[in-house]
Design a protein around this ligand. Structure first.
Ligand SMILES: Cc1cc2nc3c(=O)[nH]c(=O)nc-3n(C[C@H](O)[C@H](O)[C@H](O)COP(=O)(O)OP(=O)(O)OC[C@H]3O[C@@H](n4cnc5c(N)ncnc54)[C@H](O)[C@@H]3O)c2cc1C
Length: 356
């Protein structure tokens, strides 16, 4: 967003209380860019356009894209009931114009993923070839560089402590370094802490944070996986040539629901599950344990745009922020600069939450 605002001629400050960019949830993300599991239709459209926005930026930057990792995503089911559910999803996505094909496991083992163990050689696997993953910190840093080329200023290690208003509209930020920054507009993009920033203006922003656990595996050889994999047991993706990232919602649920389960104790479970699907990971070791909070607005939908109770105050808070960040950034910058609200984001306005 800072890039798009600065590109559009605004004078922009990027303020983050962390001493480096992309040290919030963005550094603890599976970073799968997709509209695969997004319903209803308006949220699907937002996410699908979000996925396409990554390619739009790529084109704009003439193909420089070290953060964008192609290869698609494979998904299969464990039993008949789950397979029916997967078929239903594939048919729905297909009818909504999403790219998805079926591939046989034996074919995938021969041509795409020799190390993955599927339930049987004739298992039908859904292949979502358009989906990508991104190196989210690298993308964030690239966007900050672009914003700075357009004149944006970066304030790291500085917290926003209060937001002053004048005549009801935002007028200045008070920062933890003592500085007072006069402003015409402020975007609350504080992720899992966005409710605290909204509270600086006396506004409730209802969030339902959801904990997630990822492990990063390191190996001496080339990683035995070429793309994102969603198996019934475990989700995996490459994370550089000798690393993989591993995650599963069912393990996150244990972390959320059972206070005896710690991230450390659940790592072994993730590792064992990963080895069942990719036995070549027997020699891999856990290099990092990452626990983060998904910034999810209470109704599960993105929260993007002006808050009419306080002119000049905007919110950009969402789950799937890696998928959506580029698109939300461009559309919100357009709203701030021109007042024009794109139809795509109109179902996701912050004013749906009761304020004051
Ligand atoms: C386990 C896990 C898996 C995920 N998988 C995916 C996925 O596959 N695909 C996908 O699209 N999304 C995924 N997500 C969600 C995605 O990562 C987040 O939606 C996204 O990273 C949110 O980015 P953000 O910039 O809004 O928040 P953050 O990255 O958290 O950034 C917010 C920043 O605000 C700063 N801040 C807060 N308060 C203040 C203040 N008062 N003053 C100054 N700075 C402040 C913080 O320091 C922080 O750096 C996942 C999340 C998790 C946890």
């Amino acid at each position: 967003m800072a890039f798009r605002l600065a590109q559009g001629g605004a004078r922009v400050w990027i303020i983050d209380k962390k001493s480096q960019p992309a040290r919030g949830t963005t550094s603890i993300s599976f970073a799968w860019v997709n509209a695969n599991e997004k319903t209803p239709r308006d949220y699907f459209e937002l996410n699908y356009t979000g996925l396409k926005e990554h390619f739009r930026l790529l084109e704009e930057l003439s193909g420089r894209r070290s953060w964008l990792k192609l290869g698609g995503n494979l998904e299969w089911a464990e039993d008949e009931a789950a397979q029916d559910k997967l078929c239903y999803k594939v048919n729905r996505l297909h009818s909504w114009g999403y790219t998805v094909q079926w591939r046989e496991a034996a074919w995938l083992n021969e041509f795409m993923e020799p190390h993955v163990v599927f339930p049987s050689p004739d298992t039908s696997v859904a292949f979502f070839s358009e989906e990508v993953w991104v190196d989210a910190p690298q993308l964030t840093n690239a966007l900050i560089d672009l914003a700075r080329k357009h004149g944006a200023q970066l304030g790291l290690g500085v917290a926003v402590e209060s937001i002053e208003t004048k005549g009801g509209r935002v007028a200045a930020l008070r920062l933890s370094n003592g500085e007072r920054l006069p402003i015409d507009a402020v975007v609350n993009a504080a992720g899992a802490e966005a409710d605290h920033v909204a509270a600086l203006l006396g506004l409730p922003l209802p969030l339902k944070l959801s904990k997630g656990l990822l492990i990063r595996l390191a190996m001496k050889e080339e990683a035995p996986l070429g793309r994102i994999v969603h198996s019934p047991l475990i989700n995996l993706r490459p994370a550089g040539s000798r690393h993989l990232l591993v995650h599963h919602r069912s393990v996150d649920e244990k972390l959320e629901n059972d206070s005896r389960e710690t991230a450390g104790s659940l790592c072994q479970e993730l590792l064992e599950r990963a080895r069942q699907v990719v036995p070549a990971l027997n020699a891999a070791s856990v290099e990092d344990i990452l626990v983060g909070d998904r910034p999810v607005p209470k109704d599960g939908r993105s929260c993007v745009g002006a808050v009419s109770a306080v002119p000049g105050y905007y919110e950009a808070v969402t789950h799937s922020g890696v998928t959506l960040g580029l698109l939300i950034g461009r559309l919100l910058a357009q709203e701030i600069l021109t007042g024009e609200v794109e139809a795509l984001i109109s179902p996701f306005r912050p004013d749906r939450f009761a304020r004051r």
